[in-house]
Structures are given as structure tokens and as C-alpha cells.
Design a protein around this ligand. Structure first.
Ligand code: 5GP
Length: 189
């Protein structure tokens, strides 16, 4: 069965750290590199973190039906999971791992049903999220406020996910994530 593991969370909730840990631990998991119309941040690399494209090219890809799902996550900033990534990863018998926003995550779950497991990583609080985003030093104060506003909206979607991990302690969150993935990987059939 072609499987997908979906991780969604407000940015700053520890999602990337958890996803990286799982990718290093489970050889069957492979990261789906999304396409985005936003510009690279920090050390981000084309083809590794994202496929960076212009808004025009992104729109062309939408019309050519190249996405499993796509969203305008922030005004003017598009993000999408390419069908080609899913096909490439499934062809190897691997499990597609998507680190995507809540709406995109729920859309894939709706499309793929039992083939997909949706996991929501919940930050302990909005204040904790603010502190993490500030410590990360990759966003301007305006961008941080935009992300926090988005986080408040995203938290309302948590109950719609198959699993919710509350990231109080990173160690505990990693262990919980491992258990969830072990069960999903093991349910091959
Ligand atoms: P960032 O700009 O911080 O890298 O990502 C912003 C948000 O977009 C994050 O919640 C991230 O998970 C989400 N995102 C990344 N790739 C995709 C994608 O392919 N589809 C959707 N719907 N969201 C994505």
C-alpha cells in the first residue's frame, strides 16, 4: 500500500525537529520536498528544503494538475506537494512524509483515507511559540506576528487529526512520535 505520513503544526512547534528525527530513525520514510513561491530563508537549498519557484510558475503547475494538494498558506505565498514526489517515493516502496500546513494535511487525509496518517504537533502555548520563533531569529517581528496569528487559527484544527502530540518536552514528543510511526510502518499490508 502507498502510504503517507502527514505532519502539521503551527511553525515553531518543533515539527521540523520531530520530522528530521523520524527520517533519520526509520529508513522507510522519505521526505516530500514541496514546491513554494516564497524566497529561501537562511541556508535553505533548492531541491532539499523546497523547490523554490516564482508565483507564475506555481500557478502553471496548478493548471497542469501537478499537485497532490496545494495551499496559499500565507497571502501571496503558495506551497504544494508535487504528485511527482509521491510517485518517486512510492516507486521505491517508501512512505511519503509531508511537513505541510493543516489544511493541506487534512486534504491529503481526505483523499487517501487509511493510506494516510495525519499527525498534529501542538505547541504547549502561544507564548511558548512566540519565544521559539524569536529564538530562531529567521523571521522579522512582523513575520512572527503573522505566524502567531496563523497558529491561533491552526490550533482549532487539531481535533480533526488522527493523532495529536503535545510538545511540552521535546524528549517525550520524540518518543511519542516514534511509537506512532512504528505502529504505522508496521501496519504494512
Ligand atoms: P515555512 O514558510 O515556514 O517553510 O512554511 C510555512 C508553512 O507551510 C508550514 O506550516 C509548512 O508546513 C507549510 N507547507 C510546507 N510545504 C507545504 C505544502 O506542500 N503544502 C502545504 N499545504 N503546506 C506546506
Amino acid at each position: 500500500m502507498n502510504k503517507v505520513l502527514i505532519f502539521s503544526a503551527p511553525s515553531g512547534s518543533g515539527k521540523t525537529t520531530i520530522v528530521r528525527h523520524l527520517l533519520a530513525l526509520f529508513p522507510a520514510l522519505e521526505f516530500s520536498v514541496s514546491v513554494t513561491s516564497r524566497t529561501p530563508r537562511g541556508n535553505e537549498q533548492h531541491g532539499v528544503d523546497y523547490w523554490f519557484v516564482t508565483p507564475d510558475i506555481f500557478r502553471e503547475k496548478i493548471t497542469r494538475n501537478e499537485f497532490l494538494e496545494w495551499e496559499e498558506v500565507y497571502a501571496g505565498h503558495f506551497y504544494g506537494t508535487p504528485n511527482a514526489e509521491a510517485e518517486r517515493i512510492w516507486a521505491k516502496g517508501h512512505i511519503l512524509v509531508c511537513d505541510i500546513d493543516v489544511k493541506g494535511g487534512l486534504r491529503i487525509k481526505e483523499k487517501l483515507g487509511a493510506q494516510a496518517l495525519s499527525v498534529f504537533i501542538q505547541p504547549p502555548s502561544i507564548e511558548a511559540l512566540r519565544q521559539r520563533l524569536q529564538a530562531r531569529r529567521t523571521d522579522s517581528p512582523e513575520a512572527i506576528e503573522r505566524r502567531l496569528q496563523k497558529a491561533v487559527e491552526e490550533l482549532e484544527y487539531a481535533p480533526l487529526f488522527d493523532k495529536v502530540i503535545i510538545n511540552h518536552s521535546l524528549h517525550e514528543a520524540l518518543k511519542q512520535a516514534e511509537r506512532i510511526v512504528r505502529e504505522f510502518v508496521g501496519s504494512e499490508g
